[in-house]
Ligand binder design. Structure first.
Ligand SMILES: [Ca+2]
Length: 228
């Protein structure tokens, strides 16, 4: 939002949220940057002031604004918080991979894979598949977390892909496109989180990857996976 006051033009932008999705079971607040302008406050959509740069998180969207003493607001920063829970019953190594014939502009929902052809793989890979026809894949299992902390999870694909954790759509890399990666940061506790990665190829080059940077570690392909 551009404002004019006493002949001086200035910008009142949006606060900056820590990126990613927070697991509310571990982290009960958002961290927010301080106001960039003297006199500006950070407020929630309902006008509640964020006094110390921390917002009590709640499930769903969080909208934050810079607000000047006169009441004018800047752009909104929007974050999304979800609660991720572990589950039991994931006893076998690897992910279940299911393939279906698929022609479209977006990845199909996990429910669309009923009746597909399945095998087991160590991570998200196209190895061993007949890739001639338009197709989509569902990788399904559990993400094994041994150490509590903040993880950056990533997916890369040509064409589109979507990552679900605990049944929640936490990472979107959808649409028909060349190889592209996206990441999200999550706070996770020890346990096994139900994971689904959907992927489709619309033609041309084909690639899919699933990677993470664990707390204090380096980026690597995720291999801590089990299925039922
Ligand atoms: Ca492609």
């Amino acid at each position: 939002m551009r404002m004019e006051k006493m002949g001086i033009a200035f910008q009142l932008g949006a606060p900056t949220l820590e990126p990613g999705v927070l697991n509310l079971a571990a982290a009960h607040e958002w961290k927010v940057t301080r106001p960039a302008l003297a006199g500006a406050r950070v407020v929630l959509a309902d006008g509640t002031e964020v006094r110390d740069g921390r917002v009590p998180a709640r499930e769903g969207d969080v909208r934050l604004f810079f607000q000047l003493p006169g009441g004018r607001r800047g752009d909104a920063a929007v974050g999304h918080a979800v609660t991720l829970r572990t589950a039991t019953g994931f006893t076998e190594s690897g992910l279940k991979r299911t393939k279906i014939a698929w022609k479209g502009d977006l990845t199909p929902a996990p429910s669309a894979f009923a009746g597909g052809t399945s095998d087991v793989v160590s991570t998200a890979t196209l190895d061993g598949l007949d890739l001639k026809e338009p197709f989509a894949l569902l990788f399904e299992g559990g993400l094994v977390i041994e150490k509590a902390g903040r993880y950056t999870l990533g997916i890369g694909s040509d064409d589109g892909s979507v990552l679900y954790l605990d049944g929640k759509r936490i990472l979107e890399n959808d649409g028909a496109h060349g190889y592209y990666e996206r990441t999200v940061t999550v706070d996770l506790q020890p346990g096994v989180y139900p994971l689904q990665l959907t992927y489709f190829d619309a033609g041309g080059a084909q690639r899919v990857s699933l990677f993470w940077t664990p707390p204090g570690g380096q980026r690597e392909t995720i291999a801590n996976l089990r299925h039922r």
